[in-house]
Ligand binder design. Structure first.
Ligand code: SAH
Length: 457
Protein backbone atom coordinates (compact mmCIF):
# COMPACT_ATOMS: atom_id res chain seq x y z
CA UNK A 1 0.00 0.00 0.00
CA UNK A 2 1.35 3.36 -1.01
CA UNK A 3 0.84 7.02 -0.27
CA UNK A 4 1.55 10.14 -2.25
CA UNK A 5 1.79 13.59 -0.63
CA UNK A 6 1.69 16.88 -2.52
CA UNK A 7 2.90 19.81 -0.45
CA UNK A 8 2.47 23.50 -1.21
CA UNK A 9 3.51 26.57 0.74
CA UNK A 10 5.67 27.13 3.75
CA UNK A 11 8.13 25.03 5.71
CA UNK A 12 5.41 24.38 8.28
CA UNK A 13 3.46 22.55 5.59
CA UNK A 14 6.57 20.55 4.72
CA UNK A 15 6.87 19.55 8.37
CA UNK A 16 3.16 18.73 8.53
CA UNK A 17 3.53 16.49 5.48
CA UNK A 18 6.47 14.77 7.12
CA UNK A 19 4.27 14.09 10.13
CA UNK A 20 1.54 12.61 7.92
CA UNK A 21 4.13 10.45 6.15
CA UNK A 22 5.38 9.28 9.53
CA UNK A 23 1.89 8.21 10.65
CA UNK A 24 1.29 6.40 7.38
CA UNK A 25 4.66 4.67 7.59
CA UNK A 26 3.74 3.45 11.07
CA UNK A 27 0.57 1.97 9.56
CA UNK A 28 2.59 0.11 6.97
CA UNK A 29 2.10 2.40 3.98
CA UNK A 30 5.08 3.27 1.78
CA UNK A 31 6.00 6.44 -0.05
CA UNK A 32 5.35 6.89 -3.77
CA UNK A 33 6.38 9.69 -6.11
CA UNK A 34 3.28 9.26 -8.24
CA UNK A 35 -0.33 9.74 -7.26
CA UNK A 36 -1.33 7.28 -9.97
CA UNK A 37 0.22 4.38 -8.11
CA UNK A 38 -0.77 5.56 -4.63
CA UNK A 39 -3.66 4.21 -2.55
CA UNK A 40 -3.75 7.31 -0.39
CA UNK A 41 -3.34 10.76 -1.93
CA UNK A 42 -2.80 13.77 0.33
CA UNK A 43 -2.88 17.37 -0.87
CA UNK A 44 -1.35 19.66 1.72
CA UNK A 45 -2.48 23.12 0.69
CA UNK A 46 -1.55 26.78 1.11
CA UNK A 47 -3.84 29.79 0.78
CA UNK A 48 -1.53 32.62 1.85
CA UNK A 49 -1.97 34.20 -1.58
CA UNK A 50 -4.69 33.67 -4.20
CA UNK A 51 -2.13 32.09 -6.55
CA UNK A 52 -1.35 29.36 -4.00
CA UNK A 53 -5.02 28.64 -3.47
CA UNK A 54 -5.59 28.48 -7.25
CA UNK A 55 -2.80 25.94 -7.57
CA UNK A 56 -4.34 23.72 -4.90
CA UNK A 57 -7.87 23.89 -6.32
CA UNK A 58 -6.50 23.28 -9.82
CA UNK A 59 -4.74 20.11 -8.73
CA UNK A 60 -7.74 19.01 -6.71
CA UNK A 61 -10.09 19.32 -9.72
CA UNK A 62 -7.60 17.56 -11.95
CA UNK A 63 -7.72 14.58 -9.58
CA UNK A 64 -11.50 14.22 -9.89
CA UNK A 65 -11.53 11.84 -12.91
CA UNK A 66 -8.73 9.79 -11.34
CA UNK A 67 -10.65 9.43 -8.09
CA UNK A 68 -13.88 8.61 -9.96
CA UNK A 69 -12.26 5.80 -11.90
CA UNK A 70 -10.48 4.57 -8.74
CA UNK A 71 -13.14 4.98 -6.04
CA UNK A 72 -11.19 2.86 -3.55
CA UNK A 73 -8.38 5.33 -3.42
CA UNK A 74 -8.44 7.72 -0.49
CA UNK A 75 -8.18 11.41 -1.29
CA UNK A 76 -7.33 13.68 1.64
CA UNK A 77 -7.24 17.46 1.63
CA UNK A 78 -5.05 19.06 4.28
CA UNK A 79 -3.67 22.41 5.37
CA UNK A 80 -4.75 26.00 5.24
CA UNK A 81 -7.40 25.44 2.59
CA UNK A 82 -9.19 23.33 5.20
CA UNK A 83 -8.24 25.44 8.22
CA UNK A 84 -8.77 24.71 11.90
CA UNK A 85 -12.54 24.90 11.47
CA UNK A 86 -12.41 21.88 9.21
CA UNK A 87 -13.78 23.37 6.00
CA UNK A 88 -17.40 22.16 6.08
CA UNK A 89 -18.21 24.16 2.96
CA UNK A 90 -15.50 22.28 1.08
CA UNK A 91 -17.41 19.00 1.37
CA UNK A 92 -20.02 20.39 -0.97
CA UNK A 93 -17.56 21.92 -3.40
CA UNK A 94 -15.28 18.89 -3.53
CA UNK A 95 -17.43 15.80 -3.02
CA UNK A 96 -14.62 13.59 -4.36
CA UNK A 97 -12.53 14.32 -1.26
CA UNK A 98 -12.79 11.62 1.44
CA UNK A 99 -11.06 13.33 4.36
CA UNK A 100 -10.43 16.92 5.42
CA UNK A 101 -7.46 17.55 7.68
CA UNK A 102 -6.77 20.86 9.45
CA UNK A 103 -3.15 22.09 9.35
CA UNK A 104 -0.70 19.96 11.38
CA UNK A 105 -3.33 17.30 12.11
CA UNK A 106 -2.85 13.85 10.59
CA UNK A 107 -5.55 12.49 12.96
CA UNK A 108 -8.59 12.59 10.64
CA UNK A 109 -6.78 10.62 7.93
CA UNK A 110 -5.47 8.05 10.38
CA UNK A 111 -8.95 7.61 11.88
CA UNK A 112 -10.47 7.31 8.42
CA UNK A 113 -8.02 4.62 7.35
CA UNK A 114 -8.35 2.68 10.59
CA UNK A 115 -12.14 2.82 10.46
CA UNK A 116 -12.28 1.86 6.81
CA UNK A 117 -9.98 -1.06 7.17
CA UNK A 118 -11.12 -2.56 10.44
CA UNK A 119 -11.61 -5.81 8.57
CA UNK A 120 -7.95 -5.72 7.75
CA UNK A 121 -7.17 -6.64 11.32
CA UNK A 122 -3.45 -6.70 10.81
CA UNK A 123 -3.21 -3.06 9.90
CA UNK A 124 -5.40 -1.95 12.78
CA UNK A 125 -3.51 -4.07 15.25
CA UNK A 126 -0.18 -2.80 14.07
CA UNK A 127 -1.29 0.78 14.32
CA UNK A 128 -3.03 0.40 17.69
CA UNK A 129 0.15 -1.06 19.14
CA UNK A 130 1.94 2.15 18.31
CA UNK A 131 -0.94 4.43 19.14
CA UNK A 132 0.94 6.28 21.83
CA UNK A 133 4.04 6.52 19.72
CA UNK A 134 4.80 10.20 19.15
CA UNK A 135 8.09 9.56 17.41
CA UNK A 136 8.65 10.84 13.92
CA UNK A 137 9.36 8.03 11.49
CA UNK A 138 11.02 9.04 8.25
CA UNK A 139 9.96 7.28 5.04
CA UNK A 140 12.35 4.45 4.18
CA UNK A 141 13.95 6.30 1.29
CA UNK A 142 14.75 9.24 3.56
CA UNK A 143 16.23 7.27 6.45
CA UNK A 144 19.95 8.02 6.70
CA UNK A 145 19.56 10.16 3.57
CA UNK A 146 17.85 13.18 4.95
CA UNK A 147 20.31 15.60 6.56
CA UNK A 148 18.00 18.49 7.42
CA UNK A 149 14.49 18.42 8.84
CA UNK A 150 11.86 20.88 9.99
CA UNK A 151 10.38 20.63 13.46
CA UNK A 152 7.30 22.66 14.45
CA UNK A 153 7.61 24.06 17.96
CA UNK A 154 4.63 26.41 18.06
CA UNK A 155 1.43 26.05 16.06
CA UNK A 156 -0.94 28.86 15.13
CA UNK A 157 -0.56 32.61 15.47
CA UNK A 158 -2.06 35.23 17.80
CA UNK A 159 -1.10 38.25 15.75
CA UNK A 160 -3.54 40.01 13.45
CA UNK A 161 -1.42 41.39 10.63
CA UNK A 162 -4.19 42.89 8.53
CA UNK A 163 -3.20 41.10 5.29
CA UNK A 164 -2.69 37.64 6.74
CA UNK A 165 -5.08 34.69 6.56
CA UNK A 166 -2.85 32.32 8.54
CA UNK A 167 -4.17 33.01 12.08
CA UNK A 168 -7.71 32.25 10.86
CA UNK A 169 -6.62 29.00 9.25
CA UNK A 170 -4.05 27.77 11.77
CA UNK A 171 -5.77 28.91 14.96
CA UNK A 172 -4.33 30.39 18.15
CA UNK A 173 -0.81 29.80 19.44
CA UNK A 174 -0.05 26.38 20.91
CA UNK A 175 3.55 25.66 21.97
CA UNK A 176 4.72 22.07 22.10
CA UNK A 177 6.37 20.89 25.33
CA UNK A 178 10.17 21.02 25.40
CA UNK A 179 10.40 17.30 26.17
CA UNK A 180 8.26 16.35 23.19
CA UNK A 181 10.34 18.50 20.84
CA UNK A 182 13.61 17.18 22.24
CA UNK A 183 12.40 13.59 21.82
CA UNK A 184 11.40 14.30 18.24
CA UNK A 185 14.77 15.84 17.45
CA UNK A 186 16.51 12.89 19.08
CA UNK A 187 14.54 10.44 16.98
CA UNK A 188 15.38 12.41 13.85
CA UNK A 189 19.08 12.37 14.75
CA UNK A 190 18.90 8.61 15.25
CA UNK A 191 17.58 8.41 11.66
CA UNK A 192 20.49 10.40 10.26
CA UNK A 193 19.28 13.99 10.49
CA UNK A 194 22.06 16.46 11.40
CA UNK A 195 20.30 19.82 11.23
CA UNK A 196 16.88 20.88 12.47
CA UNK A 197 14.98 24.05 11.66
CA UNK A 198 12.51 24.92 14.40
CA UNK A 199 9.30 26.31 13.02
CA UNK A 200 6.59 28.67 14.09
CA UNK A 201 4.52 31.37 12.41
CA UNK A 202 6.19 33.58 14.99
CA UNK A 203 8.82 31.23 16.31
CA UNK A 204 10.22 33.68 18.87
CA UNK A 205 6.79 33.61 20.55
CA UNK A 206 7.57 30.04 21.60
CA UNK A 207 6.30 29.44 25.15
CA UNK A 208 4.45 32.75 25.49
CA UNK A 209 1.13 30.88 25.53
CA UNK A 210 2.15 28.93 28.66
CA UNK A 211 2.31 30.86 31.95
CA UNK A 212 5.98 31.00 33.03
CA UNK A 213 6.68 28.53 30.22
CA UNK A 214 10.16 27.96 28.85
CA UNK A 215 10.95 30.29 25.96
CA UNK A 216 12.86 29.84 22.73
CA UNK A 217 16.31 30.49 24.29
CA UNK A 218 15.59 27.77 26.88
CA UNK A 219 14.55 25.33 24.19
CA UNK A 220 17.66 26.12 22.14
CA UNK A 221 19.83 25.34 25.16
CA UNK A 222 18.21 21.94 25.59
CA UNK A 223 18.50 21.03 21.92
CA UNK A 224 22.09 22.23 21.74
CA UNK A 225 23.01 19.35 24.07
CA UNK A 226 21.72 16.62 21.77
CA UNK A 227 24.60 14.42 20.63
CA UNK A 228 24.90 13.84 16.92
CA UNK A 229 23.00 17.01 16.03
CA UNK A 230 25.27 19.49 14.22
CA UNK A 231 23.09 22.51 13.65
CA UNK A 232 19.93 24.27 14.81
CA UNK A 233 18.02 27.00 12.97
CA UNK A 234 14.68 28.63 13.65
CA UNK A 235 12.14 30.63 11.67
CA UNK A 236 10.17 32.89 11.30
CA UNK A 237 10.88 35.54 13.93
CA UNK A 238 8.85 38.66 14.62
CA UNK A 239 10.99 41.75 15.34
CA UNK A 240 9.19 42.47 18.61
CA UNK A 241 10.27 39.24 20.29
CA UNK A 242 13.93 39.14 19.26
CA UNK A 243 15.11 40.07 22.72
CA UNK A 244 18.63 39.95 24.15
CA UNK A 245 18.08 36.58 25.82
CA UNK A 246 17.34 35.08 22.44
CA UNK A 247 20.27 36.79 20.72
CA UNK A 248 22.54 35.68 23.58
CA UNK A 249 21.46 32.09 23.05
CA UNK A 250 22.13 32.29 19.32
CA UNK A 251 25.55 33.83 19.96
CA UNK A 252 26.60 31.47 22.73
CA UNK A 253 25.28 28.11 21.60
CA UNK A 254 27.66 26.51 19.11
CA UNK A 255 25.01 24.55 17.22
CA UNK A 256 22.64 27.47 16.71
CA UNK A 257 23.43 29.04 13.36
CA UNK A 258 23.94 32.76 12.74
CA UNK A 259 20.97 33.09 10.48
CA UNK A 260 17.86 35.10 11.31
CA UNK A 261 14.62 35.26 9.34
CA UNK A 262 12.84 38.39 10.46
CA UNK A 263 10.22 39.86 8.12
CA UNK A 264 10.08 43.61 7.68
CA UNK A 265 7.10 43.59 5.21
CA UNK A 266 7.35 47.31 4.32
CA UNK A 267 9.84 50.17 4.71
CA UNK A 268 7.30 52.84 5.62
CA UNK A 269 5.84 53.52 9.06
CA UNK A 270 2.36 54.33 7.83
CA UNK A 271 2.16 51.13 5.78
CA UNK A 272 3.50 49.13 8.72
CA UNK A 273 0.83 50.66 10.90
CA UNK A 274 -1.90 49.78 8.40
CA UNK A 275 -0.47 46.26 8.27
CA UNK A 276 -0.64 46.22 12.08
CA UNK A 277 2.92 44.97 12.33
CA UNK A 278 3.38 46.80 15.66
CA UNK A 279 6.88 48.18 15.10
CA UNK A 280 8.33 51.23 13.39
CA UNK A 281 11.16 51.40 10.90
CA UNK A 282 13.39 52.96 13.55
CA UNK A 283 12.79 49.86 15.68
CA UNK A 284 13.48 47.52 12.78
CA UNK A 285 16.76 49.30 12.01
CA UNK A 286 17.73 49.16 15.68
CA UNK A 287 17.06 45.42 15.73
CA UNK A 288 19.23 44.76 12.68
CA UNK A 289 22.00 46.85 14.25
CA UNK A 290 21.71 44.93 17.53
CA UNK A 291 21.85 41.57 15.77
CA UNK A 292 24.88 42.57 13.72
CA UNK A 293 26.73 44.01 16.70
CA UNK A 294 26.56 40.66 18.42
CA UNK A 295 27.08 38.53 15.33
CA UNK A 296 29.10 40.30 12.67
CA UNK A 297 28.87 37.20 10.43
CA UNK A 298 25.10 36.88 10.70
CA UNK A 299 22.95 36.47 7.62
CA UNK A 300 19.50 37.98 7.69
CA UNK A 301 16.46 37.12 5.62
CA UNK A 302 13.32 39.19 5.38
CA UNK A 303 9.87 39.16 3.78
CA UNK A 304 8.45 42.10 1.86
CA UNK A 305 4.94 42.69 0.54
CA UNK A 306 4.65 45.13 -2.38
CA UNK A 307 1.43 46.82 -3.41
CA UNK A 308 -0.31 46.74 -0.03
CA UNK A 309 -3.57 48.75 -0.22
CA UNK A 310 -2.80 52.44 -0.47
CA UNK A 311 0.96 51.96 -0.85
CA UNK A 312 2.14 55.05 -2.73
CA UNK A 313 5.17 55.28 -4.97
CA UNK A 314 6.98 57.25 -2.25
CA UNK A 315 6.14 54.63 0.37
CA UNK A 316 7.35 51.86 -1.90
CA UNK A 317 10.54 53.83 -2.51
CA UNK A 318 11.15 53.74 1.24
CA UNK A 319 11.06 49.94 1.08
CA UNK A 320 13.70 50.02 -1.66
CA UNK A 321 15.78 52.53 0.31
CA UNK A 322 15.58 50.31 3.39
CA UNK A 323 16.76 47.26 1.48
CA UNK A 324 19.56 49.27 -0.14
CA UNK A 325 20.71 50.51 3.27
CA UNK A 326 20.33 47.35 5.32
CA UNK A 327 21.78 45.02 2.68
CA UNK A 328 20.11 41.85 3.91
CA UNK A 329 21.04 38.41 2.59
CA UNK A 330 17.66 37.19 1.45
CA UNK A 331 14.45 39.00 0.54
CA UNK A 332 11.30 36.97 -0.05
CA UNK A 333 9.07 39.40 -1.88
CA UNK A 334 5.40 38.92 -2.70
CA UNK A 335 2.71 40.99 -4.38
CA UNK A 336 -0.14 41.82 -2.03
CA UNK A 337 -3.05 39.46 -2.49
CA UNK A 338 -6.36 40.23 -0.73
CA UNK A 339 -7.47 37.24 1.35
CA UNK A 340 -10.99 36.43 2.54
CA UNK A 341 -11.67 37.22 6.15
CA UNK A 342 -8.60 39.41 6.66
CA UNK A 343 -8.92 43.01 7.81
CA UNK A 344 -7.26 44.44 4.70
CA UNK A 345 -9.27 42.11 2.47
CA UNK A 346 -12.49 43.36 4.03
CA UNK A 347 -11.96 47.07 4.50
CA UNK A 348 -9.08 48.23 2.31
CA UNK A 349 -9.34 48.62 -1.45
CA UNK A 350 -6.81 46.56 -3.40
CA UNK A 351 -5.90 49.71 -5.30
CA UNK A 352 -2.40 49.11 -6.60
CA UNK A 353 -2.87 47.77 -10.15
CA UNK A 354 -1.41 44.32 -10.91
CA UNK A 355 1.16 45.65 -13.39
CA UNK A 356 2.35 48.17 -10.83
CA UNK A 357 2.67 45.43 -8.19
CA UNK A 358 4.71 43.41 -10.66
CA UNK A 359 6.94 46.41 -11.38
CA UNK A 360 7.57 46.85 -7.64
CA UNK A 361 8.25 43.15 -7.22
CA UNK A 362 10.80 43.20 -10.04
CA UNK A 363 12.41 46.34 -8.63
CA UNK A 364 12.93 44.62 -5.27
CA UNK A 365 14.30 41.48 -6.88
CA UNK A 366 16.67 43.41 -9.16
CA UNK A 367 18.00 45.48 -6.30
CA UNK A 368 18.39 42.44 -4.06
CA UNK A 369 20.23 40.40 -6.69
CA UNK A 370 22.96 43.05 -6.81
CA UNK A 371 23.13 43.30 -3.02
CA UNK A 372 23.45 39.59 -2.41
CA UNK A 373 25.96 39.20 -5.25
CA UNK A 374 28.10 41.80 -3.50
CA UNK A 375 27.69 40.22 -0.05
CA UNK A 376 28.60 36.80 -1.42
CA UNK A 377 31.58 38.15 -3.38
CA UNK A 378 33.01 39.14 0.00
CA UNK A 379 33.19 35.44 0.86
CA UNK A 380 35.58 34.60 -1.98
CA UNK A 381 38.75 32.98 -0.68
CA UNK A 382 37.27 32.44 2.79
CA UNK A 383 37.14 29.01 4.38
CA UNK A 384 33.60 28.20 5.55
CA UNK A 385 32.04 25.30 7.39
CA UNK A 386 29.52 23.51 5.20
CA UNK A 387 27.04 20.83 6.23
CA UNK A 388 26.76 18.50 3.24
CA UNK A 389 23.18 17.64 2.30
CA UNK A 390 23.27 15.60 -0.89
CA UNK A 391 24.86 14.89 -4.23
CA UNK A 392 23.18 16.62 -7.13
CA UNK A 393 24.23 16.07 -10.74
CA UNK A 394 27.72 14.93 -9.79
CA UNK A 395 28.35 17.72 -7.27
CA UNK A 396 27.95 17.73 -3.55
CA UNK A 397 25.77 20.45 -2.14
CA UNK A 398 25.50 21.84 1.34
CA UNK A 399 24.98 25.01 3.30
CA UNK A 400 27.10 27.36 5.35
CA UNK A 401 26.05 28.25 8.88
CA UNK A 402 24.58 31.40 7.34
CA UNK A 403 22.41 29.24 5.06
CA UNK A 404 24.28 29.94 1.81
CA UNK A 405 24.19 27.15 -0.73
CA UNK A 406 27.64 25.77 -1.63
CA UNK A 407 28.57 23.22 -4.31
CA UNK A 408 31.81 21.27 -4.37
CA UNK A 409 33.34 18.36 -6.18
CA UNK A 410 35.19 15.38 -4.88
CA UNK A 411 36.78 12.71 -7.05
CA UNK A 412 36.93 10.16 -4.25
CA UNK A 413 33.88 8.02 -3.54
CA UNK A 414 33.52 9.23 0.02
CA UNK A 415 29.93 9.77 1.11
CA UNK A 416 29.93 13.31 2.47
CA UNK A 417 26.25 13.37 3.37
CA UNK A 418 25.70 14.72 6.88
CA UNK A 419 29.36 15.70 7.31
CA UNK A 420 30.65 19.10 8.33
CA UNK A 421 33.42 20.09 5.96
CA UNK A 422 35.58 23.21 5.72
CA UNK A 423 35.57 24.48 2.15
CA UNK A 424 37.57 27.24 0.55
CA UNK A 425 35.18 29.42 -1.44
CA UNK A 426 36.37 29.58 -5.06
CA UNK A 427 33.42 31.18 -6.82
CA UNK A 428 30.43 33.22 -5.74
CA UNK A 429 27.17 34.26 -7.37
CA UNK A 430 23.94 35.68 -6.00
CA UNK A 431 22.23 32.32 -5.51
CA UNK A 432 25.08 29.95 -4.71
CA UNK A 433 28.77 29.57 -3.98
CA UNK A 434 31.33 27.00 -4.96
CA UNK A 435 34.06 25.69 -2.79
CA UNK A 436 36.86 23.19 -2.84
CA UNK A 437 38.09 20.69 -0.31
CA UNK A 438 41.41 21.60 1.33
CA UNK A 439 44.25 20.78 -1.06
CA UNK A 440 41.98 19.97 -4.03
CA UNK A 441 41.52 22.02 -7.16
CA UNK A 442 38.04 22.16 -8.63
CA UNK A 443 37.62 19.60 -11.44
CA UNK A 444 35.72 21.94 -13.71
CA UNK A 445 36.48 25.65 -14.02
CA UNK A 446 34.02 27.64 -11.99
CA UNK A 447 32.58 29.76 -14.76
CA UNK A 448 29.00 28.59 -15.21
CA UNK A 449 26.36 29.62 -12.72
CA UNK A 450 24.17 26.73 -11.67
CA UNK A 451 20.44 27.07 -12.03
CA UNK A 452 18.66 26.71 -8.74
CA UNK A 453 15.01 27.09 -8.08
CA UNK A 454 14.32 29.06 -4.95
CA UNK A 455 11.26 28.25 -2.90
CA UNK A 456 9.61 31.36 -1.64
CA UNK A 457 6.86 31.10 0.83
N1 SAH B 1 4.29 34.37 10.19
C1 SAH B 1 5.30 34.86 9.35
C2 SAH B 1 5.08 34.47 7.90
C3 SAH B 1 3.71 34.46 7.39
S1 SAH B 1 3.40 33.96 5.72
C4 SAH B 1 5.41 36.34 9.63
O1 SAH B 1 5.57 36.67 10.76
O2 SAH B 1 5.37 37.20 8.77
C5 SAH B 1 4.85 34.28 4.84
C6 SAH B 1 4.86 35.58 4.12
O3 SAH B 1 3.85 35.68 3.16
C7 SAH B 1 4.66 36.80 5.00
O4 SAH B 1 5.81 37.14 5.69
C8 SAH B 1 4.23 37.85 4.01
O5 SAH B 1 5.35 38.53 3.49
C9 SAH B 1 3.57 37.03 2.92
N2 SAH B 1 2.13 37.23 2.94
C10 SAH B 1 1.25 36.93 3.92
N3 SAH B 1 0.00 37.29 3.57
C11 SAH B 1 0.09 37.84 2.34
C12 SAH B 1 -0.86 38.42 1.44
N4 SAH B 1 -2.16 38.53 1.75
N5 SAH B 1 -0.42 38.88 0.25
C13 SAH B 1 0.88 38.79 -0.07
N6 SAH B 1 1.81 38.28 0.73
C14 SAH B 1 1.43 37.80 1.93
Amino acid sequence: MKYYIWTAGCQMNMADSQRVASELEKMGYRHSDSYREADVIVLNTCVVRQSAEDKATGFLWSLKPHKESNPNKVLALMGCMVGVKGGKKLTRTFPHVDVFMPPSEPGPLVDFLVARQTEEAELTRRYRLQDEDLSLVLPLHEKNNLVTAHVPIIYGCNHVCTYCIIPARRGIERSRPVGEIAAEVQSLVAQGVREVTLLGQIVDRYGYDVPDGPRLPDLLRVLNDIDGLHRIRFLTSHPNYMNDRLLDAVTELPKVCEHIEVPNQAGDDLVLDRMKREYTMAQYYALIRRVRERMPEVSIATDIIVGFPGETEAQFQRTLDTLAELKLDVVHVAMYSPRPGTVSGKIMADDVPPEEKKRRLDAVNDLQEGIVAEINAGLLGRTLEVLVEEKQRGRWRGRTRTNKLVFFEDNSDKDWRGELVDLEITWTGPWSLRGSLPGQQPLVPDDQPLMISLAVG
